[in-house]
Design a protein around this ligand. Structure first.
Ligand code: BES
Ligand code: ZN
Length: 588
């Protein structure tokens, strides 16, 4: 028995599947993907344990002969073990199956939940451990695979995947079959599929954006500068290894800001601010092409290696493109997220370590900004101690050494010690990695702009209503920081701010959401109405959770929140529903 991942039945001592061949048909009426996966194996037969969750397993075969299989009990976090007894010498095994309509890794949307309102939509979100609901597989980041897929969809719909397109053709059933090939080995959580009425626009020779027809023009305009971002990232981290960087803008129920699916980053439509002010999320997902997709956390216990590194990398890209000042603002916004999350996890300090221990813990419950922001600060400490030149060399060597590998925190430590001896001790790495909270020596990011914003916010203390003119000149990130630093406003202050800055009508969802959280708590009527609309439509957890929390602070808001939730819950992604439920349950 050599289980290497607390969240997977993957057993290192068993044969490994190195390549998947997926043949699936999307049945929108029944909300199932049905078909087969052929797993190519590197072993000689024997027992093979897969992860499965919710599927109906129809049959398992190898070389035309039936393979005995047994489904284990449904474990709360892990799902089921699918144990196959392979014949000696088996080089591949085929599982015929069908996904569950409520598979955690998939959301099936009705036409009303899309921008076009005419056709249904399907998208996957496999990170951290939901690939097992889509494909029975060794669902651990420690086991990398290449894949190819044939996806049959109804006429008029288009399929995209985290893979290169390999043609499409009419299917016998009157629909269309889209083929894909992913030649680079990826962890299972990077498997991704979306199906909908989709259009694309070219942005550069290696990048295009996909979206529903009503959204495509806005998407193309928002992300038009992608090539300069790619170039900046390559200068910092080395050549881009995935050939293409395409993006898909999803319907608003997508539960995250972005997901770094290789060759096809998934993005929330809430990034479409109209002024390119939220493209740092794209920089983040792009940075994952190196930190996360090339060098991958071996398990969710080492998630900080993905996200901490990526936040650090994202801000290096930002600094290269827009300067030190812009990066300092991003670090300040991150500090607020970190402080909030340390407070949210005050009763679970073990989840505020970087190196986590997650036996029996659902990675979705452990998820927070802490691995992102604490992780990025730890790397900044290392960077400052090592010095710029030595650190940049280290980063490039790190990518080279571990490309297409899945690694643990311990392997990371050993590599730092080997290449920059003494650095870990100087940084007090043990405190950062293994102890809860933020070490006392954590870097603080300061700038004259930040001081000025804090001073502007302080003028609104004690219910005062100063002249709002200076606020009108603030750039989007500055306005967001101003709002974050604002003392809890009164209803009169909200009315003044809204009149001056038109906050309730903002298209930048970071600003809008921060504003709504303040203004609903103050009972500002336009904010309550806007919050109602937002929660009925948007499923991005980053916005939904705090907005329900803010509403829950007043009796009027609580009533509204319960009413909106009752109506919207069936349309929420399962993760969003859970986050909203938790926020409401915590209400007084
Ligand atoms: N990989 C994450 C999203 C994720 C993490 C999904 C864990 C499921 C489990 C993605 O790269 C991410 O971090 N997205 C952020 C954006 C970012 C700029 C911090 C988000 O969704 O807000
Ligand atoms: Zn990320």
């Amino acid at each position: 028995m050599a289980r290497v991942d607390p969240h997977s039945h993957f057993d290192d001592a068993q044969p490994r599947s190195r390549h998947w061949r997926l043949r699936l048909r999307a049945d929108f009426a029944r909300k199932v993907l049905a078909g087969t996966v052929e797993l190519e194996l590197d072993g000689e037969g024997g027992t093979l344990d897969l992860d499965a969750k919710g599927q109906t397993i129809r049959a398992v075969s190898s070389g035309g002969a039936a393979v005995p299989f047994a489904l284990g009990p449904d474990e709360p976090v892990l799902g089921r073990r699918l144990r196959l007894e392979l014949p000696r010498g088996a080089r591949s095994v085929t599982v015929a199956y069908e996904t569950a309509p409520d598979a955690a890794g998939l959301q099936w949307l009705a036409p009303e939940q899309t921008a076009g309102k005419r056709r249904p939509f399907l998208f996957s979100q496999c990170q951290a451990i939901h690939a097992r609901g889509v494909v029975p597989c060794q669902d651990s980041a420690a086991a990398r695979v290449t894949y190819e897929a044939e996806i049959e969809v109804p006429e008029g719909l288009t399929a995209v995947m985290s893979a290169g397109p390999a043609g499409d053709a009419a299917s016998a059933g009157g629909g269309r079959v889209f083929k894909f090939r992913m030649p680079q080995p990826i962890p299972s959580y990077l498997l991704a599929l979306a199906i909908g009425e989709l259009e694309s626009r070219e942005l550069s020779p290696r990048s295009r954006v996909w979206a529903e027809p009503p959204v495509i023009a806005a998407a193309a305009a928002e992300f038009a500068e992608i090539e300069s971002m790619l170039a900046a990232a390559e200068a910092l981290f080395g050549p881009y290894d995935w050939e293409r960087f395409d993006m898909l803008v999803l319907p608003p129920s997508f539960p995250y800001g972005g997901m770094e699916n290789p060759r096809m980053t998934f993005l929330t439509p809430t990034l479409l601010a109209g002024d390119r002010s939220l493209v740092d999320v794209v920089a983040h997902e792009l940075a994952h092409s190196w930190t996360g997709n090339l060098v991958t956390n071996a398990t969710a216990e080492h998630f900080w290696l993905n996200e901490g590194f990526t936040v650090w990398a994202e801000r290096r890209i930002l600094k290269a493109l827009r300067g030190e000042g812009a990066a300092a603002l991003a670090w300040a916004i991150g500090q607020k997220a970190l402080d909030d999350e340390l407070a949210r996890f005050k009763d679970k300090p073990e989840l505020t370590r970087l190196r986590l221990h997650l036996d029996g813990v659902d990675p979705d419950d452990a998820f927070s900004s802490i691995p992102y922001e604490k992780g990025a600060r730890f790397l900044t400490v290392l960077e400052r101690l090592a010095g710029d030149a030595a650190w940049d060399r280290f980063v490039k060597n790190y990518m080279k050494r571990f490309r297409f590998k899945s690694i643990t925190t311990e392997e990371f430590r050993a590599f730092v010690e080997e290449t920059l001896p003494g650095l870990l001790a100087a940084a007090d790495a043990g405190a950062w990695l293994d102890r809860p909270g933020l070490p006392p020596g954590a870097p603080r990011f300061v700038s004259p702009r930040l001081d000025a914003l804090a001073a502007l916010a302080a003028r609104w203390g004690d219910g005062r209503i100063p002249e709002p003119a200076p606020l009108k000149a603030l750039a989007p990130a500055e306005l967001l920081i101003f709002l974050q630093k604002l003392p809890p406003p009164t209803a009169a202050q909200c009315a003044a701010l809204d009149a001056a800055l038109d906050l309730t009508a903002r298209g930048n969802y970071e600003i809008l959401n921060q504003w709504l959280c303040l203004a609903v708590a103050a009972g500002h009527p336009p904010a309550l109405a806007r919050a109602r609309r937002l929660l009925a439509e948007v499923g991005r957890m980053k916005f939904v959770r705090p907005l329900y929390q803010a509403l829950a602070r007043t009796p009027e808001g609580r009533a509204l929140a319960r009413e909106v939730f009752a109506a919207a819950a069936p349309t929420y992604h399962a993760l969003t529903r859970r986050a909203a439920e938790a926020a409401l349950a915590a209400a007084p």
